[in-house]
Design a protein around this ligand. Structure first.
Ligand code: RBF
Length: 155
């Protein structure tokens, strides 16, 4: 089992087989966000979460992730949510507005719902940097986000 997963597997504090997890996935830069999803999904399974307890919801872009996460928490008895997106810098300041709004929005959902919502959103200068962090040479940030919510449930 790879590093990040090894760091928490077998701690035995939590019975993950009865807990439900939400994964919200932004459709912008789909090749990247699908790879993030796969990383998060595989990590949850390896940690003992049941397939039928992983609920996926797609949203159009990263800006919609906070509301998507909130809806999941409101509608289903979910223990934690993993929010996955990829915002790539363009020629206009939209990048800063979207990144700021998503980070603030996800934090708000964490605090208002009192449930862990992981910020699995890549904010990169180009697609290459994003792919390097979605199963490439810098690992998979979707996997790391899954580990983060499990760690939060243990605290
Ligand atoms: N959403 C992303 O998830 N990643 C992006 O890189 C991204 N770039 C955008 C660039 C522009 C100019 C605009 C207007 C939107 C972009 N979005 C992106 C979509 C955004 O998250 C949201 O879905 C839309 O703004 C509709 O609310």
């Amino acid at each position: 089992m790879a590093g990040i997963l090894k760091s928490i597997s077998g701690r035995g504090k939590l019975n993950l087989s009865t807990k439900k997890f939400g994964i919200v996935v932004a459709e912008w830069n789909e090749d990247v966000t699908e790879a993030l999803f796969q990383g998060a999904y595989d990590a949850l399974l390896k940690l003992g979460v049941k397939k039928e307890n992983i609920i996926r919801k797609n949203v159009p872009g990263s800006f919609e992730l906070p509301l998507g996460a909130q809806w999941m928490i409101e509608k289903k008895p979910i223990a934690a949510v993993i929010a996955l997106g990829c915002v790539i810098q363009g020629d206009t300041p939209h990048f800063d507005y979207i990144c700021q709004a998503v980070a603030n929005g996800i934090m708000t959902v964490n605090l208002k719902s009192n449930k862990p919502v992981a910020f699995g959103v890549l904010t990169t200068l180009d697609k290459k940097q994003a792919l390097e962090r979605a199963g490439g040479k810098y690992g998979n940030k979707g996997e790391e986000a899954a580990v983060t919510v499990v760690k939060m449930l243990e605290t």
